[in-house]
Design a protein around this ligand. Sequence first.
Ligand SMILES: *Cc1c(COP(=O)(O)O)cnc(C)c1O
Length: 441
Amino acid sequence: MLYYSTNHKAPVATLEKAVVKGLAEDRGLYMPENIKPLPKEFIDNMEKYSFQEIAYTVAEAFFGEDIEAEALKKIVYDTLAFDCPIVPVEENIYSLELFHGPTLAFKDVGARFMARLLQYFIKGKGASGKEQDSTVNVLVATSGDTGSAVANGFLGVDGIHVYVLYPKGKVSDIQESQFTTLGKNITAIEVDGVFDDCQALVKNAFMDEQLNKHMRLTSANSINVARFLPQAFYYFNAYARLKESNPAAAANLVMCVPSGNFGNICAALFGHAMGLPVKRFIAANNANDIFYNYLQTGVYNPQPTRQTLANAMDVGDPSNFARILDLYGGSHERITSLISGATYSDDDIKHTMQSCHQLTGYVLDPHGACGYQALKEGLKPGETGIFCETAHPAKFKEKVDSILGIDVEIPERLAAFMRGTKQSVAMSKQFDDFKQFLLAR
Ligand SMILES: *Cc1c(COP(=O)(O)O)cnc(C)c1O
């Protein structure tokens, strides 16, 4: 399968190029040339298949032309070594818990899948005749969550070294422990600056000729096709599990996705294009209401990012908007007929967490809270809603404890990270320091 750029000014790319490069030459995002509808027999009988079987069928449609069946199966089964269950919260509302992976966030699925796919492509390729080490170096700037998912996804993967750049003093202790205690092929770099400085260092590194001659560099950010497409797996599985337990509900399903950079909901929309029987979608935002405003007005007007309680969704110019627009031929009408929006302030998020906890006993994290509330307000009679719970509440323990007046239990795998020893390299925000550091590697 070939991949084209959403800006339509770059040559089409193979899957390998799309995965290794991430972004097209014209700064557009890669899109698969066609989206294969899944067989009716599969769609109609999905409840009979396991999560891994469903995921493999979906993966086959995207990647089957480019990866041998056995290898792809291994990548899929290795990625989904944990469950993504749907949990009933109250009548007609289910939580799709995407936080049972190694770092307790949904990004684990895409990060792990991408690591395995990259490994598949670089295996046995050697130094390609140039004076280069064949190791692929992944650079990732993080404000918290992405770094931990990528670091853990790539941990121990041969032939790949990961550099995680994060702003000193700006990530929580729990988040920091998830990428600074790993060792092996993961190097954490503590930048004396803010997140934007980290991102600038990474961007400059990709553009630096001398550095690119010295080492193979790639990114692992969320616009990579290998990171976002696998997120379609759990939407198919959620539908299948709902149909298994409650067939009538599955016939009238609304899927609600707390969104920031819109990669997750974009994968769900690809699923819909392949035949996933979801009636409609809701994109739930925090106070960063750019998409919500687009739905109301038809005008996409990016804004400076606003800091909120649901900080993994603090995005003022969501990258994957370009993919959504492309998927529907730029038609505002087609988009609004399938997707509606919601936007919540920090106060709304707090009240939602409190009322849900009081009413149902379910502990929401601030991101999932946006999704739950959008269903509470948006479900019509006869509809059943599933919202994504994108992070375990323990990842935001301080906030959740103080909002709900409880003591959220820290799962053992998170506690294990916190017992580890922090190892990181101190770095200034000057590009030349970072460059010299990499050149010396
Ligand atoms: C990344 C993230 C989101 C937003 O997902 P997008 O794909 O960027 O829309 C929501 N919640 C959590 C916890 C996240 O880490």
